[in-house]
Write a protein that binds this ligand. Structure first.
Ligand SMILES: Cc1cc2nc3c(=O)[nH]c(=O)nc-3n(C[C@H](O)[C@H](O)[C@H](O)COP(=O)(O)O)c2cc1C
Length: 191
């Protein structure tokens, strides 16, 4: 079985039961420039070209880390279905026209934030941040918010995906899919 189909099945089963605003929130881990692993939550946009798609500013800390070391991990924990998914894969940038489509889908305030701020850079204080935002909003009026040059997306093409399903018996079921020259190979792991 293609594990990406199983991923989509599990995601839709969680969405059916879970009224969280962001059921596709996941933990992205990169390899820090200083060698320490670095994790943060991001939102999965979709699966495309057999890869997981994420978006955001590409010159952020994670962007620089990925540029330096194009391997990453993505982890999901879904509380209603009690399932964990762990992914490891290779990172590449999505085509610019695709990034434009994702940017257009963002809400207006998020677009404005991406335009004004450099994600992760220091700012003097919160009121100043709010002032910059309000000023930009007023200056834009009803005009379109253009996509900043640094904003884009990445693919994580999986080489390994592990599905774990919690069981009340404690005999949790773990299925590991690994990409081989003959396609995906599945192994069952001890809990
Ligand atoms: C639920 C959730 C979803 C998020 N989604 C994204 C996202 O899709 N893209 C993004 O750049 N940051 C997202 N963030 C913010 C990141 O966690 C992080 O603060 C930001 O990307 C900066 O990380 P960096 O300094 O390692 O680059 C999200 C945060 C949370 C809590």
């Amino acid at each position: 079985m293609n594990p990406l189909l199983l991923f989509e099945k599990w995601l839709s089963e969680e969405k059916e039961q879970n009224n969280l605003k962001l059921p596709a929130a996941c933990c992205l881990s990169t390899i820090g420039l200083d060698g320490y692993p670095n994790s943060r939550f991001v939102s999965l946009k979709e699966i495309k070209n057999q890869s997981f798609v994420l978006t955001g500013p590409l010159d952020s800390r994670k962007g620089r880390e990925i540029k330096n070391h194009s391997k990453a991990a993505l982890s999901f924990w879904w509380t209603c279905t009690e399932r964990q998914i762990r992914i490891q894969g290779d990172v590449s940038e999505i085509p610019k026209p695709d990034a434009e489509i994702y940017f257009k889908q963002r809400n207006r305030d998020s677009k404005i934030v991406s335009t004004i701020f450099e994600q992760g850079r220091e700012i003097q204080d919160i009121p100043y941040m709010q002032k910059l935002f309000e000023e930009k909003k007023a200056a834009l009026g009803n005009k379109d918010v253009g996509q900043p040059k640094n904003w884009g997306g990445i693919y994580i093409k999986p080489i390994r995906i592990e599905f774990m399903e919690f069981k009340t018996s404690r005999l949790h079921e773990r299925r590991l899919f690994e990409q081989t020259s003959n396609g995906w190979k599945m192994t069952i792991l001890q809990p």
